[in-house]
Ligand binder design. Sequence first.
Ligand SMILES: [Zn+2]
Ligand SMILES: [Zn+2]
Length: 337
Amino acid sequence: MKLKFWGVRGSLPSPSPTTVQFGGNTTCLQIIRDKGPTIIIDSGTGIRMLGESLMRNPGPPFDIKILVTHTHWDHIHGFPFFIPIYIPGGHIDVYGVGPIHQGVSFEKVMRDQMTYSYFPVENTMVDGVVHYHDFHEMFASRPSGVEGDYDLCEGVKLKLKLMNHPVYCVGYRIEADGKSIIFTGDHEPYYDAFAGQAGSDDEADADGTREFVDLMNQRFIDFCSGVDLLVIDTTYTEAEYFSAAKPHMSKKGWGHGYFEWSFDVAKKAGVKKLAFTHHDPTRSDIALFELEEKWRRIAKEQNVNFECFCAREGMEVDLDKPVVLPVRPQTAPVTVS
Ligand SMILES: [Zn+2]
Ligand SMILES: [Zn+2]
């Protein structure tokens, strides 16, 4: 089993002369196996190029399964441009969760982005090819809700876990061919939202909030335990996330993680490989190279048992081999005024 990145940017497509090395397309990953259906995670703008690639090889008719972590723009807005959905004779299963608190199904959210107000070609183009599956409905009778196990297809097992994000977001652990890959989708470490506010008692923690927060974070670490490749939302640095000097610029509560946290999770969970992804739209190639070098240096200094890297568009990760990274260009920094 291998993983290929087709889009690694978070929040917004960010094409620019300053992002050509790591890429500007939003989230899309492909699980590569020797057999079975094509498995894709998320349909950010990176899925457009994946669709073109699939048209060349293997070509139609298609058997595709798309796992959508959540329905924020950057994880679905490439879907209308995924060519295989317009090719008759194919079968494309699209899995995800809708915002049930609003009474809206996953299918409705996906179809709404292809209606008159947003898109010139209405949904009728894809009927009979695309089949939507809402985990909320599929797992309605489970006490654990959408969390739990699911057999995606022959030889491929999924473990689903809800993430901490301002909409229902499912992280996927994919187990196949004796290997495992996790993609978190968007995830922020759990924290006590009331800590530091007037009336709260940080020391005593009388209501047990801190214990609950620790438990939730431990459950996330348990989910990641021993995985061969952890691909984790690492939008910020710790300094950006907390923004101590300018608290009003803090990213707390925005639903994303940061490098220091991701690295710590990988250590505690004993992962084999760690990929930082969902790069902030403002993060340039230079900044990403520097962060990657920093964290690979720290990994070496701490003698950890995993290799870490920043995900880049077009990169293919073989779980059985060391990650090969391109040499950092020695050209003058690209700037855009
Ligand atoms: Zn996102
Ligand atoms: Zn999101």
